[in-house]
Design a protein around this ligand. Structure first.
Ligand code: NOJ
Length: 670
């Protein structure tokens, strides 16, 4: 990653150090554009912060601190021992992403606190004010009176000024974030996962999340006694302890995006900026990709992961998938169910998985040669059933084995309510495990797609081999979920909630809407919406998830063949969370643009201006639209494909059917 500009300065717009430094009680920092202010204060010995934007409180005075097991709480009485200020401004380039160039521009204040009685322990809080929000983290300096400690609770609050509406999923009711989002007032939230996206009463957006989750527990939030004060809840270990730590120690960053509109929300890079710079020196092997896989067949019960007559990952089937990929500009083929471990109840017996022994009807050596001749990558699969100890014991061997057969990408999985029968995925235990996998994979030059992950927090900046993750109710639910599948509004919500935490391996691409096994369950979109999702939902790996035979002789498949997976620029042109989204993205490797528009269960006519196109240029747009009588429920198949010349002055009239969408490829005519 190339740093283009690095400017360090220590000039501040506002910096207030009250009471002649004798006993300072309050200090303020402003964002570079001066619109956002963070005020830190000591009130009755308690450390508090407050945030305002353009003169309006967005976070009212909110407490900071910790409760520790077996030790006095680290939350009062504090004095401000010192405060230091600095500024930072750089533009860095992402190796892949929704945009190439990212500006990291902030003013920082570091507050050094000390208890005024007892053990006189030390705690620092570092605040960063960006133009699009804030971040802060705790630092526990090395000190005589605090060495090994256990966090019983993080006392960080986010006191919202009004009972705004928020989109959330509950934290402990269902695993790995595979739940439909619900809108409710803040005061009526359950204990919910972050990111938590809030719509303010004046039509603006805030998202509370975290960045750089390292050796800590994931953050959840709950309203204090039905109020609008959100308290932090950390996912516990089975012992009840939240975090085991030793000074010196830092917490993850707590982040708050403050956005005037959905475009600003999606284009905020606070989370990435608060992660460390790339630790992988040579990243030439890290590549965004499109893939197909022996996958939907299992979810639709055509195939099995286990051995037997319906075994899916056979040499013959995988070869056929490789042939299809090679003929259709698809980079990779995922093969699930290739290895020993699936034959019994694999969720209960994850320890039986081997990551170095292929089933006899899966000839790894022959497939590796065949794939290489055809120029296709095989994507490995490591389902662990949540048995992380078994996986860690084999990790190095597993990656060595993969590399031996030319496998550079692996999809991991942790299907189980608990890891190793007792720990939660988002606990410090799960966080430690997932980091170990990412780091070890980097050592072997392997890219990772993690399913059943810990909620992402921007680690791909440091480890860009962490390509994509699940952590969302993806398309597999539309194969078998008893509730009938995800309602059409789901995909109009996730780009602004889970999507803000990082790429989602959602796996759309359905072209056949019949479900012979679960007729009451289905993909609740039109075919045109399936195409539009490749633009609306971001991931550097995108799957064409349907069975290859369903793509044969389908003119609409052209869109999946041409849609890029790496972008120079992203614009949310229009949208309303839960109703509709219009996203435009510019290809990183050409002058082409792509546009995806999707709607919920309601049909919609939208006017979309193409003002983002370069002035003076003419483009040929190829539109893949719903027909007048398309409907996700009754008539999902019709796609009208048309071409028209467009330029920066063009305003398109789009019709989106119920559960429908439009996908557009805007080719630069040169
Ligand atoms: C759940 C994953 O999300 C899915 O993609 C995978 O096929 C199964 N687990 C089996 O590993």
């Amino acid at each position: 990653m190339k740093k283009i500009v690095v400017i360090l300065n220590v000039i501040f717009i506002v910096c207030l150090w009250e009471a002649c430094n004798e006993n300072p009680k309050k200090t303020i920092i402003a964002s570079p554009n001066s619109k956002i202010l963070i005020t830190f204060s000591i009130e009755n010995g308690k450390a508090k912060y407050q945030v305002s934007k353009e003169g309006k409180n967005v976070i009212c005075p909110s407490s900071l601190g910790f409760s520790l097991n077996g030790l006095p709480d680290l939350e009062r009485p504090f004095k401000m021992k010192n405060a230091t200020y600095s500024s930072f401004d750089e533009i860095w380039e992402q190796p892949w992403g929704e945009e190439v160039q990212v500006r990291n521009h902030y003013n920082e204040m570091k507050i050094e606190l000390q208890e005024t009685n007892g053990e006189k322990r030390l705690l620092n809080v570092i605040f960063r004010a960006f133009d699009d929000g804030i971040g802060f983290r705790y630092e526990f300096p090395g000190q005589e009176n605090l060495k090994d400690f256990e966090i019983a609770a993080e006392l960080t609050e986010f006191a919202l000024p009004e009972d705004y509406s928020a989109w959330s999923i509950p934290a402990y009711k269902g695993e790995y974030y595979e739940i439909l989002y619900k809108q409710s007032p803040l005061s009526r939230l359950d204990t919910v996962c972050s990111p938590l996206t809030i719509e303010t009463s004046d039509g603006k957006y805030m998202t509370i999340h975290e960045a750089n989750l390292t050796d800590y527990a994931a953050m959840n939030l709950y309203p204090l006694n039905g109020s609008t004060v959100l308290k932090t809840d950390l996912t516990p270990w089975s012992t009840g302890v939240k975090v085991y730590a030793q000074t010196p120690f830092v917490s993850p960053w707590r982040t708050i995006i403050l956005a005037d509109d959905l475009n600003a929300l999606v284009n905020s890079r606070i989370m990435l900026n608060l992660n460390e710079t790339c630790k992988i020196e040579d990243i030439s092997w890290i590549r965004p990709a499109k893939y197909i896989g022996i996958w939907w067949g299992m979810h639709m019960e055509k195939y099995t992961w286990s051995q037997g007559l319906k075994h899916g990952a056979t040499t013959k089937n995988v070869k056929a998938y490789i042939d299809f990929a090679a003929a259709h500009h698809i980079d990779g083929v995922l093969a699930e169910g290739w290895n020993y471990g699936w034959d019994n109840d694999w969720v209960a017996n994850g320890h039986e998985f081997s990551f170095t022994r292929a089933y006899p009807d899966f000839d790894m050596e022959a497939l590796s040669k065949y794939a290489s001749i055809k120029g296709i990558s095989i994507i490995g699969h490591h389902e662990t059933g949540g048995a992380t100890i078994n996986y860690e014991n084999q990790l190095e061997d597993a990656f060595r084995y993969a590399k031996k057969y030319g496998i550079n990408s692996i999809k991991t999985g942790y299907v189980n309510q608990f890891l190793d029968k007792k720990e939660r995925h988002s606990s410090q235990y799960g966080v430690r495990h997932s980091r170990k996998v990412i780091e070890t994979a980097a050592k072997y030059r392997i890219m990772i797609d993690a399913h059943e992950p810990v909620m992402p927090t921007g680690l791909q900046r440091t480890y860009p081999n962490l390509m994509t993750q699940e952590g969302v109710r993806g398309q597999e639910y539309d194969a078998w979920s008893k509730d009938g599948g995800s309602p059409p509004e789901h995909t109009t919500i996730v780009p602004f909630t889970r999507g803000l935490a990082g790429p989602m391996d959602f796996t759309f691409g359905t072209f056949c809407f019949e479900n012979p096994v679960y007729p009451q369950t289905r993909v609740q979109t039109t075919l045109a919406k399936q195409l539009a999702l490749y633009v609306v939902i971001y991931s550097p790996w995108q799957m064409a998830s349907d069975l290859p035979e369903n793509y044969v002789n389908q003119p609409a498949f052209e869109f999946i063949e041409v849609v890029p997976v790496d972008w120079e620029k992203t614009i949310i042109k229009d949208g309303k969370i839960g109703d509709f989204v219009v996203t435009a993205r510019k290809d990183k490797h050409s002058d082409d643009w792509f546009l995806g528009a999707i709607t919920d269960e309601n049909a919609r006519n939208l006017k979309v201006d193409l003002s983002f196109l370069e002035e003076g240029k003419t483009y040929m747009a190829k539109l893949f639209c719903d027909a007048a009588d398309s409907d996700w429920k009754t008539n999902p198949y019709p796609v009208v494909i048309e071409e028209k010349e467009v330029n920066t002055e063009t305003v398109l009239d789009l019709f989106l059917a119920p559960g429908g969408g439009t996908a557009i490829w805007i080719k630069n005519k040169k």
